[in-house]
Design a protein around this ligand. Structure first.
Ligand SMILES: Cc1cc2nc3c(=O)[nH]c(=O)nc-3n(C[C@H](O)[C@H](O)[C@H](O)COP(=O)(O)OP(=O)(O)OC[C@H]3O[C@@H](n4cnc5c(N)ncnc54)[C@H](O)[C@@H]3O)c2cc1C
Length: 489
């Protein structure tokens, strides 16, 4: 194994929405940028077999672990797409791979209402600035649109349509939701020219047809096309520290697809951008503080963590096709009428739901209280997550979602709710490096010029009662613009 030394103008850790936006904007400003990503690339193959699917799981579903909270099966150890971190009250799932969670998310892109945005961000971010500039920019960069009528009208989306009919009868407001999906590819799936992925609801571990507009084929691909960005997959950043001359030294391990360390490297840079997600960025900063490399990080590090998810399932809709189309179509906006808390509900497919029973599953989201936290366990050399799942300020979310479902059930005789519970396995967890506390309002870490955080860890535990990806991308667009102005200016 050789130790190697490198230098780069800017270094980005992570390739999700935030890392891709950082790489693109730095490159456009003429800055040579190295991007380190722990996961592998996932190029979609013509055979449509890139990713594991819910029907046939293997090591591609989990990050270097035999276990996944999403299956009882023992998996082969592989650099798969989802890490899980068992915490107290919550098992967090975090993406791994070039593209981050954009590879495998439900692809819903939702901007919170002005009231919900203000509730989530207080004085930290200005709503008018965010909505008129950064949400727009995020939507343009990602490229998202609601399900087109011809696709929605097809047999594959019968469950979504029957859900909409039930919402109409209950008088609960909803709209078709923006999705980061290439609908022409979905049409190819419908015609049998591509493997059935979205139309079969097989999107949880990646989309084998190529219909997902993940950032590896959009924003990051644009960054790489400038010639100024190099992405190194299978490169796990293990530590960051000041290098003693105004920059940072970043240690990383190059691994193979089974996790074996092949080489150890150290890279020096004047501009270090952490975009490793809620878990990855908080982990790196807490480890650096514990090691004494960044001892003065603000006491708010690891705090203001939130999980907005409530998972529900209802049955008794006019018979749905058991193979339901996805990733989702409908956003329920029970934001002003719910007596307990504002509720968003998004339908998502239940693959091979029992035939004849008319099941529909939804992910609910409420404005999440920022009551979760990470602490650093020196023995494990890792963070430990706590989420007070029984706190009344958390359980009220399930109560609110139940209220929406009760109204749906009452207006639709024959339908009933099988369960509605606060998620104990969560991919929508945000926070840990709260903007304005650990960092300045521009994402630069207090007391550490040149060290920036731009990802989902900046949120104060909530993205306003809607799924976080679009807000994460909008906040990234804003913080990255400020950073690039400093770096290139
Ligand atoms: C399964 C799932 C489904 C989701 N569905 C939706 C949805 O439909 N709508 C929505 O709005 N939100 C959804 N989310 C949440 C949303 O996708 C995330 O909030 C958002 O993607 C976060 O973006 P990010 O850039 O901050 O981090 P991520 O997308 O998590 O990217 C972080 C990247 O950093 C890399 N990394 C981490 N640590 C290291 C390290 N030490 N060295 C090198 N690289 C590292 C990771 O491998 C990863 O690629 C979902 C999340 C998951 C997990």
């Amino acid at each position: 194994m050789e130790d190697q030394q490198h230098r780069t103008d800017a270094l980005v850790v992570g390739t999700g929405y935030a890392g891709a936006i950082a790489a693109l904007r730095l490159a456009e400003a003429g800055v040579r940028t190295l991007v380190l990503e722990r996961g592998r690339r996932w190029p979609v193959t013509a055979q449509g077999d890139t990713f594991a699917t819910q029907r046939d799981l293997d090591g591609r579903a989990a990050w270097l672990s035999e276990r996944s909270p999403l299956t009882d099966k023992t998996l082969d150890v592989y650099t798969g797409v989802l890490e899980s971190l068992d915490g107290d009250g919550l098992t967090m799932i975090a993406a791994a791979g070039v593209g981050g969670a954009s590879l495998l998310s439900n692809a819903t892109m939702v901007e919170p209402s002005p009231a919900l945005f203000r509730q989530a961000f207080g004085d930290v971010l200005d709503h008018t600035e965010m909505t008129t500039r950064w949400y727009r920019e995020a939507r343009d960069l990602i490229g998202c649109s609601p399900i087109p009528q011809d696709v929605y009208a097809s047999e594959f989306y019968r469950s979504a349509r029957s859900f909409a009919e039930q919402l109409d009868r209950a008088g609960i407001p909803y709209s078709l939701v923006d999705l980061a999906v290439d609908w022409d590819v979905v049409r190819e799936e419908m015609a049998g020219r591509r493997v059935a992925a979205e139309v079969a609801g097989l999107n949880l571990f990646g989309v084998n047809s190529g219909a997902q507009r993940s950032v590896d084929v959009t924003i990051l691909a644009r960054a790489e096309a400038t010639g100024r960005v190099e992405v190194r997959p299978l490169s796990v950043v293990t530590s960051v520290r000041p290098d003693g001359s105004g920059g940072y030294a970043v240690a990383y391990e190059r691994i193979d697809e089974r996790g074996t360390v092949l080489e150890r490297h150290e890279v020096r840079t004047r501009t270090l951008v952490l975009a490793a997600g809620t878990l990855g960025t908080t982990r790196l900063l807490m480890r650096a503080r514990a090691a004494g490399a960044l001892p003065d990080l603000d006491g708010a590090l690891g705090t203001r963590v939130g999980n907005s998810e409530v998972i529900t399932a209802r049955t008794g809709m006019p018979e749905n096709n058991p193979t339901q189309g996805g990733p989702c179509a409908i956003l329920v906006r029970d934001w002003e009428t719910n007596p307990h808390a504002p509720v968003s509900l998004l339908n998502f497919p239940w693959v091979d739901a029992p035939a004849g029973e008319g099941w529909i599953t939804t992910i609910g989201a409420c404005p999440s209280p920022a009551l979760g936290s990470f602490r650093f366990d020196e023995k494990k050399d890792d963070v430990v997550l706590s989420w007070p799942v029984d706190d009344p300020r958390v359980t009220v979310m399930a109560k609110a979602v139940q209220d929406t479902l009760d109204r749906l059930d009452a207006a639709n005789p024959g339908s009933s709710t099988a369960f509605a519970r606060v998620g104990t396995t969560g991919g929508n967890v945000v926070g840990g490096v709260p903007l304005g506390l650990v960092t300045g309002h521009d994402g630069q870490v207090h007391g550490h010029p040149g060290l920036y955080v731009v990802d989902s860890s900046l949120l104060h535990g909530s993205s306003g009662g809607v799924p976080p990806a679009l807000t994460v991308a909008a906040v990234a667009a804003r913080t990255v613009a400020g950073m690039v102005a400093r770096v290139a200016g």
